[in-house]
Structures are given as structure tokens and as C-alpha cells.
Design a protein around this ligand. Sequence first.
Ligand SMILES: CC(C)(COP(=O)(O)OP(=O)(O)OC[C@H]1O[C@@H](n2cnc3c(N)ncnc32)[C@H](O)[C@@H]1OP(=O)(O)O)[C@@H](O)C(=O)NCCC(=O)NCCS
Length: 211
Amino acid sequence: MNTAENAAEIRMAEIDDARRVLAIYTPYVTETALTLTSTIPSTEQVVQTMLDVKKRFPYLVCRINGNVVGFAYASRQHPHEAHSWNAELSIFIDPEFQGRGIATALYTALFQILKLQGYCNLYAVITIPNKPSVALHRHFGFKELVVMERSGFKLNRWHDILWMEMKIPGCHDPAEHGLPLPLNQLNNNELCTILAMSTALLNGAQQKTAR
Ligand SMILES: CC(C)(COP(=O)(O)OP(=O)(O)OC[C@H]1O[C@@H](n2cnc3c(N)ncnc32)[C@H](O)[C@@H]1OP(=O)(O)O)[C@@H](O)C(=O)NCCC(=O)NCCS
């Protein structure tokens, strides 16, 4: 049964979430090449990234029992205007909370919001091997595009980088609809419905995990 103890929620990130986001991200920076960033950002830098992302893209967090346990956001894939309908993805879940459907709920909401805005092409840039991430992206219909061999040097060795892509089905025709809408121009009811549905999906998954 779902109780206040394990109640899960998907919602837009707020500045107060930055400390927990940083706490989740830091071990991935220092101990792995799953992010190719080598320097731990400051809380202020995390806040700045959040504010920059939120000008154009969704930045979502998952909270369980009031604590942020994972986050996902989209960001600009390439500065050229012709790539304005593209987004690159980032997703990190606290290891203690992996395998409970949190990434699934975050991505379900993220992709629905990106589609509503008018984005068309999504990219995941994955340091391999990373079986969970490759499986997660395949699960959402991403296809492998290319492996850039020995393309990132971190923790004293080279890493191969896999690019995966998904075309959002039924995305807006840019010739008809123009640039993707900023988040503040979306219908707030639609946005709330997407977040409520992914929260419900997650609470269903939590109940299954708890059984
Ligand atoms: C990849 C990651 C985001 C998945 O998060 P998660 O909340 O554990 O994922 P979910 O429980 O929602 O699982 C969704 C799907 O991902 C795949 N998956 C997740 N963990 C997996 C694992 N350990 N092995 C194989 N597949 C896995 C499965 O296809 C799963 O669907 P299923 O449960 O129907 O089989 C998480 O492992 C993580 O944060 N990893 C470290 C950071 C990272 O690699 N981020 C991506 C950078 S590109």
C-alpha cells in the first residue's frame, strides 16, 4: 500500500532541490565516467544550470518521502538554429533508489512535455559500457546511432561514447508551428496532468516493488 512514508512525486525542479541534486550527482563525477564532467560543480552552479535549462526545457525531480532521489532534464544539443528542435538528455538516480521505475516515470513526463513544446529529436550521450542506461533508452524507443571510440578521457583512461536517438512520434511540423514553445507558454493544466500521471505511474511501480 502507498503511505506517506513512501509517497513518490514527479515535479518541476525548484532552486531548493539543488543541494540534493548535487549530492546525487557528486559520486558520479568523482567515481565514474557516466558523466564526463571531472569537476564537482558548486551548489550555485547547479542552481544556474537549473535556471538556464528552465528557460527552454523541463528540469524534473523525483521526490520520495520529501527527499529528491533522482533528476532528469533536457538541454540544448547544438547551438546552430537548425538544431533548435533537438534536445540532449541527462538523468541520474540515487543508487539506493534504482530499479524502482523512477527513471521511467521521469522520462515519461519529460518526453511528454518536450513533445508538447514542439521538440522532435532526442539524444542520449552514454559512456559505455552502461547496461542500465542503454536498456532504459532502448525501452523508450531510442536507437543506437554511433560509437565515438576513445572520445572521453577521465579517471586516467579513454572511454567510448555511444550516441542514441529517438524521433518523438507525431512531433509538431516546424514549418507550421515554428520554434519549440518556452515552458511558460504551455497550458498549465496539461503540464499538471502530465506530472500527475507520471507520479501515479511511479506510485504504482513503488507498490509493485514493495510487494
Ligand atoms: C540508468 C538509470 C537512470 C536507470 O534508472 P532506474 O530508475 O533504475 O530505471 P527504471 O527502474 O525506471 O528502469 C527502466 C528500464 O531501464 C532498464 N534498466 C534499469 N536498470 C537496469 C539494469 N540494472 N540492468 C538492465 N536494465 C536496466 C530496464 O529496461 C528497465 O525497464 P524494466 O524494469 O521494464 O525492465 C540509473 O541506473 C542511473 O541513474 N544510472 C547512473 C547514471 C546514468 O547512467 N545515467 C544515464 C547517463 S546517459
